[in-house]
Write a protein that binds this ligand. Structure first.
Ligand code: ZN
Length: 167
């Protein structure tokens, strides 16, 4: 119960992050946050009874730069919308392709990595797209910072949806 996820809203009601019930109860106990949704009943301890929050809102504004996506296979697939950047097929079974092959000095960076289906990846092999006669759908770039990045990989509770702009 104490580890269940709680949506934390900024003072202006923008979704900020997700914490656990324990942390949310501490924030409310210190007067730093208010309970917005209590979808889980109450938590009884020796000393008191606490509502178990599903959403809290901070009484102060947290300002921070949008988090950047860390470079990983999964994040490259997300950036490319699970689409092979050569043939355009949408797949859950993609591979990572170095546009300029590593053998030719290609780096493991956002602007040299694309999602490719295994067929295209095999066909391209250790060649550049030009050498392989293949054309990229889009030039790979680092993804734009997204303030809601952390929510992309979370399963959202039904009660959170009114506060999540795209849900
Ligand atoms: Zn393909």
């Amino acid at each position: 119960m104490i580890n269940l996820p709680v949506l934390v809203l900024n003072q202006n009601y923008e979704p900020l992050n997700v914490c656990d019930v324990r942390r949310a109860v501490v924030l409310m106990g210190k007067g730093k946050a208010e309970l917005l949704e209590n979808g889980r009943g109450d938590l009884r301890t020796f000393r008191a009874t606490y509502p178990i929050p599903t959403i809290i809102r901070l009484f102060y504004m947290v300002k921070r730069p949008p988090p950047k996506a860390r470079l990983s296979r999964k994040e490259v697939f997300v950036r490319d919308r699970h689409t092979c950047q050569y043939c355009g097929i949408v797949s859950t079974d993609l591979t990572l392709d170095h546009v300029l092959p590593r053998q030719q000095g290609g780096q493991h960076t956002w602007d040299n990595l694309v999602s490719a289906c295994s067929r295209c990846n095999n066909r391209k092999a250790a060649r550049t797209p030009r050498e392989a006669g293949m054309v990229l759908k889009r030039e790979p770039r680092p993804p734009r910072p997204n303030p809601y990045h952390i929510f992309q990989h979370l399963s959202l509770l039904e009660e959170w949806r009114p506060f999540i702009p795209w849900a």
